[in-house]
Design a protein around this ligand. Sequence first.
Ligand code: 2M8
Length: 441
Amino acid sequence: MTVVETGTAPPALAANAAYILRGNDIGTLTTAAPRLYPHLWSWDAAFVAIGLATVSVPRAVAELTTLLGAQWASGMLPHIVFGPDEGYFPGPDVWGATAPSGARTSGICQPPVHAIAVRRVLDAGRRNGGADRDLAERFAADTFDRWLAWHRWLATARDPDGRGLLEIHHGWESGMDNSPRWDLAYAGVRPGLDLLTGRERRDLQHVTDARQRPTDGEYRRYLWLVHQMKEARYDDVAVRETVDFRMTDVFMSAVAALASDVLAELGDEFGRRSEADELRTLADRFRAGVLSTVSPSTGLARDVDLRTGAVVDVPTIGGFAPLLSGGDAALVRRQLDLFTGPHWCGHPDLRYALPPSTAPGYAGYSPRTYWRGPQWPFMNWLLYWTLYRAGHRDEALSLRSEGLRQLGDLAFGEYYEPHTGEALGSAHQSWTAAVALDWLI
Ligand code: 2M8
């Protein structure tokens, strides 16, 4: 049996991870983290289901069912499905959004990784056989149209001109909230109201120092955008016309390409040939969109500010979008060399050879601050899974072994300081525990 460097044997790591997920389970949903995020987050739920599938296929199915239960009539999957806890700001009162089912939700979305979760749950069910296989197959076939509606909504509401790049209206939609990718866009967001003063930022109570979270100035902008979208009644066209933040998100577009291919494969299995073809066409569109943004000089993919036309040239993990979507073997090779080289995973000062969320050499790099530098275990898993699937086994397995070494401290941190390996943000973060389980079992 291999023992990870920190001395934690894989069975102990797996048992602890399962225990974390069990502890964060409030019945119908697994909170993204026990105190900092006491609700279901859309892309977290996908990774959580991937982890849960290793210990309980029915519980994994339940997690995705809860998310689908909050799907909007348009097909959008909201980025938060609120549970009963009152401890998160901005909560349901601020968002003022309700799904047709009556579920209280936010009014924005997150990257569409969910088809990967359906795939993994189906694979786990088939491995187990019996009732698990029956449940997973029924679930995947019965919900196929719901996931398809989600992808169709993205393609129409968020890429209305068919350029193959999804547009986002809030940094929260990218999942990389305060990444330097969005600094330029946020510089143009000038809140017409101070929506923070007099309100309590609960997030700061759950981290060891405020530097690990976005600033109040950033939060004022975040809240202003929510206000604008709420004023537009979350209508897709009205939001596009009025919101102060309109960026193409190259990473989300790459996720859409990848997940559309995965969903197409599921469509093939269930005899949904024309829908599978439609999804492959979508995947090709997003793949081409991602490739069109690559900087010839840096080799990284870039976001564009749709309000100003400015192209964002900052070295963040988002630039590696083509590793997810593929489509150009020479570029992928170039990106892999960059990714494993001394500016990224191979940087000599890193504790573990894992990608920081922002390049350590960049002036705006901040190793303790959220999406401005720390390493994120779920991101390591997503890259691992995609690279393995695409045949880049060495790079994938290195992410797995380094990722497991990092998690050997049993903190299951939200993110990690790249040089010291210190766990930061929330402890007992669900998607961190989930990816450990998938890697181990
Ligand atoms: C973080 O985002 C939320 C807002 O959506 C927050 O900071 O309050 C991000 O890391 C996001 O990607 C993640 O889904 C969420 C829950 O883990 O937390």
